[in-house]
Ligand binder design. Structure first.
Ligand code: ATP
Ligand code: MG
Length: 459
């Protein structure tokens, strides 16, 4: 592709070989190129050269790249900046997007990806799905709450998080179980200026009827049996913070009207109360059901659906972004090492292949469970092929054999199997398992102990 109009590109990177190869490549493509190997030089060249696009490495010897990005944006608001970095994780992307970067390219640089990004930036700052590189020489460190992903869809999600953390609009996060919906909701909150206010999560399926209403909006003393004291609800406690309504599809129909009113007017009354209260809490909701289908079936209010999905994030299933599995595995192993005081470095090659082939119906939570169990069963520092294969084979077998067999079981064995079955179905989501089993968390924990059940067991 040769550009008739000579666009100017400034590259700021301290690695000489990157500067040289990018300069050569871009000159060949007909761009006019200037290079800077430090932040200060970058600022100078920006003024003198007046580039159309800046390619900026966020790791520079003299100035933090994100700080430089801020300065470049402050001095010249219509700059189109492409960030390059080895830290292709959520934090850098979100910060870069918030500071006004248009594009984000992980190192090692895929030259075609960079070129596509340049074309797009030159055309406009709007993003379309892009090809992703598949670098393997990458390394991630464990950090609580980090969202891992370098596939195109995940980069899009990072961008959305960056943008949504700048405002307070209501967000609906949709995705299968274990895809990271709560993680995303937390990221929006903790990257926002309101991060010091509470983030309060509430699982709408785990609490029934009036109790859910009271949990959300509070109650007055004597409002119902057991309402001995006046209690503030989550909306009152949150202040300027965020209320995360998990499994929002499970909100009873009558309560949907009250939530709608809150979203419209920011007003509500405690259960049994007459005084109208106000709250500025932001709402982020999540669902693993098809909420629109529920609207069509008449079991979820259409007006509430629209109020909730002012902004919408669709989280892909893990099988739709398998290119992220190696990085996720590496990250999860680090997380597991911290938790179990282990030193697992990798999964053997065939085991990794098996992981790549498996369908992951329980998504990242299921991957984490399998790796945890594998780590527990591993003596050395490498998880063996057989460990992974036998676990995944057993999982597949159990999903085939569910409901099969007509053995006579005693009640204890029946209970044990049923609890295990539900735990496997919910991919060991204890909250969900409790609500499906109709048990409280302490009771479930007691039963896990009695039946000697632990995370990830399949038999
Ligand atoms: N992209 C990711 N990077 C790292 N860890 C992740 C990612 N996505 C999910 N996880 C981890 O997977 C587990 C499940 O994530 P989370 O609870 O956010 O999923 P969810 O979509 O809310 O699931 P559910 O619908 O079952 O409530 C958590 O331990 C979370 O830390
Ligand atoms: Mg969740």
């Amino acid at each position: 592709m040769v550009n008739m109009k000579r666009h100017r590109i400034l590259i700021i990177d301290d690695e000489q070989n990157i500067l040289e190869s990018l300069e050569m490549f871009l000159c060949e493509r007909g761009y006019e190129v200037a290079c800077a190997s430090s932040g200060l030089e970058g600022i100078e060249k920006n003024k003198a050269f007046i580039p159309d696009v800046i390619i900026l490495d966020v790791r520079l010897p003299d100035i933090d790249g994100l700080e430089l990005l801020k300065q470049l944006r402050e001095n010249n608001h219509d700059k189109n900046i492409i960030i390059i970095t080895a830290f292709h994780d959520m934090d850098t992307t979100i910060k870069a997007i918030k500071l006004g970067a248009c594009e984000y390219i992980p190192k090692p640089i895929d030259i075609e990806e960079l070129e596509t990004a340049i074309c797009r930036v030159l055309k406009s700052c709007t993003y379309t799905e892009k090809r992703t590189s598949s670098p393997s020489d990458i390394s991630v460190s464990y950090e609580k709450g980090k969202i891992i992903g370098k596939s195109g869809v995940m980069k899009e999600i990072f961008k959305s998080i960056g943008m949504l953390s700048e405002n307070r609009i209501t967000v609906l996060i949709e995705g299968e179980t274990g895809t990271g919906k709560e993680l995303i909701a937390r990221a929006i909150h903790y990257h926002s200026p309101y991060k010091n206010y509470p983030f309060l999560a509430i699982n709408c399926s785990a609490i029934v009827g009036t109790l859910l209403e009271s949990e959300l909006f509070g109650h007055e003393k004597g409002a119902f049996t057991n309402a001995i004291f006046t209690k503030k609800g989550k909306f009152e406690i949150a202040g300027e913070g965020t209320i995360f309504l998990d499994e929002v599809s499970e909100i009873p129909f009558e309560l949907q009207a009250k939530l709608l009113r809150f979203l419209q007017e920011k007003e509500f009354e405690r259960v049994g109360g007459i005084k109208t209260l106000k709250s500025n809490a932001r709402v982020i909701a999540a669902t693993n059901k098809n909420l629109w289908k529920m609207v069509e079936q008449g079991i979820f209010r259409e007006d509430l659906y629209y109020r909730l999905s002012v902004a919408n994030i669709k989280v892909p299933a893990l099988r739709e972004r398998k290119s992220d599995i190696p990085l996720l595995t590496e990250y999860l192993l680090k997380k597991i090492n911290c938790e179990l005081h282990k030193n697992i470095v990798r999964v053997e090659e065939r085991g990794m292949k098996r992981i790549m082939e498996y369908d992951w119906p329980g998504n990242i939570r299921e991957l984490e469970n399998i790796l945890t169990r594998a780590a527990i069963n591993t003596q050395g520092d490498v998880i063996l092929d057989d460990t992974i294969s036998s676990m995944l084979n057993a999982k597949e077998a159990i999903s085939r054999s569910i409901d099969e067999g007509d053995e006579i079981l005693n009640l204890h064995e029946l209970e044990r199997r049923h609890i295990l079955h539900i735990l496997n179905r919910t991919h060991w989501h204890l909250g969900k398992a409790c609500s499906l089993l109709g048990l409280s968390r302490p009771t479930l924990r007691k039963k896990l102990k009695i039946y000697n059940l632990s995370t990830g067991m399949v038999k």
